[in-house]
Design a protein around this ligand. Structure first.
Ligand code: NZQ
Ligand code: ZN
Length: 391
């Protein structure tokens, strides 16, 4: 195993009936609260009213920023920063999915500096993130793990960029994970969330590092959990056991635990972020389309063992078959899960993407150089993977 530092100081309230602690948790950081949320789902499910009641009962002062978009935009971040400065906000409360939490992270950081928050993300500037206002969140969609990691991804339609950044000060201080808040998530978003979580695990699992038995077992357990419960949650949206297992799996898929000090870069995520930057598609859907093609592209005599372990331990494929046969079967079973069971669209043309921007997106995904992932990828490799996604 590699050397690593493990530090995840987010306090988690998991399950039903914890919301009465919200006021006390917010008050630890001050009295002036900016609540951030998306396009209105939290109002439709009655969560907004409950949260406002808790804040008022606690005698805190409430300000609001609504309308944070899926694939959140820098203009929402700028507006949040403006509100924080104008109202001398002490603590941010994000109520929603990954997009709301991500935007809130950069609002929290932007409130502590005098420059434009895009400078944190702009790859030519990469302004340091040394401080952020404290963030509390109430998660309503299991997918990104933003509730328990220090990363966020922001889109800038003016520049055509969608860029991620990780910085310790942006890690949420407290996360409320109540699976009942995800009962209203549509089958489609549930499926996209499952694809996203699986991808977070694949990005760590498909590695050339050795001696990872403990982490491998943990990752295989997470994958089996998602594969077992996502279809149940799609069929029975208010199945608590399914929603709870998915919610906790989403956090652990990306909270740093399974990373284990790996040095290899992620592969499918940089490629997908270019798709959602230009075409504004759902992140998990883009990952679902890319992932099986990326797996096929990276399969060779050197990498095949990893696919065998995945196929045998996660999908129960007969270990006595030829390694390449197991690997192909594993990729096919994953495709069948994503495009059959989860009913996600399987090609780029089906989601309105043609070849026009392939070269541009591929160059940006590898940052004009080599993406040092499971298998090193250059621009031409990424273009070939995108081409495989055409049918
Ligand atoms: O905006 P509202 O009205 O809330 O509706 C949202 C949105 O339309 C809806 N929704 C959320 N909770 C709901 C609900 N609908 C009904 N009931 C509920 N309980 O779902 C839609 C999608 O929400 P969004 O927050 O965009 O989804 P997700 O959580 O998948 O977040 C995606 C964003 O996170 C980034 C992605 O790139 C994308 O921009 N990521 C963040 C990561 C991180 N912070 O570590 C890692 C990921 O790899 C990912 O890149
Ligand atoms: Zn993701």
């Amino acid at each position: 195993m590699n050397d690593f530092i493990y530090h995840i100081p987010t306090k988690v309230y998991f399950g039903k009936g914890h919301l009465q602690h919200l006021g006390d948790e917010l008050r630890r950081f001050g009295t002036r609260v900016l609540m951030t949320y998306g396009g209105g789902s939290i109002k439709r499910i009655g969560l907004y009213d409950k949260v406002v009641a808790e804040i008022r009962n606690a005698g805190l002062e409430l300000f609001e920023l609504s309308g944070i978009e899926p694939n959140p935009r820098i203009d929402s971040v700028r507006e949040g920063v403006r509100l924080c400065k104008e109202h001398h906000i002490d603590v941010l409360l994000a109520v929603g999915g990954g997009s709301t939490i991500d935007a809130t992270k950069f609002i929290a950081a932007g409130a502590c500096v005098d420059f434009d928050p895009w400078d944190f993300l702009d790859i030519t500037k990469r302004a340091p993130i040394n401080n952020a206002l404290p963030i509390v969140d109430i998660l309503t969609l299991s997918a990104t793990g933003s509730e328990m990691d220090a990363g966020g991804v922001i889109s800038n339609p003016q520049t055509g960029d969608k860029i991620g950044r990780v910085a310790a000060p942006m890690l949420p201080k407290v996360s409320f994970l109540d699976p009942t808040n995800t009962f209203s998530v549509s089958p489609y978003q549930t499926a996209c969330g499952a694809a996203d979580m699986l991808s977070h695990i694949f990005e760590e699992y498909f590695t050339t590092d050795k001696d990872l038995f403990m982490l491998d077992c943990f990752m295989e357990g997470l994958m089996k959990t998602i594969i077992r419960y996502a279809p149940i949650a799609m069929r029975e949206p208010d199945n608590y056991e399914a929603r709870a297992n998915l919610m906790w799996a989403s956090s652990w898929a990306i909270n740093g635990f399974i990373d284990g000090g790996k040095q290899q870069a992620w592969s499918c995520h940089p490629i997908e972020h270019e798709l959602s930057a230009i075409y504004d598609i759902t992140h998990g859907l883009g990952l679902a389309i890319i992932t099986p093609r990326w797996m096929k592209y990276c399969l060779n005599d050197t990498t095949v063992d990893r696919y065998v372990q995945f196929g045998v331990n996660v999908f129960g494929i007969d270990a006595s078959l030829e390694p390449m046969v197991i690997a192909d079967k594993a990729i096919n079973m994953l495709s069948e899960f994503l495009f059959g069971t989860l009913a996600l669209k399987s090609t780029l043309p089906e989601v309105g993407i043609d070849r026009t921007n392939f070269a541009h997106m591929a160059r940006k995904a590898v940052q004009g150089d080599v993406l040092h992932g499971f298998v090193p990828l250059r621009q031409t490799d990424v273009e070939k993977i995108l081409e495989m996604c055409m049918e």
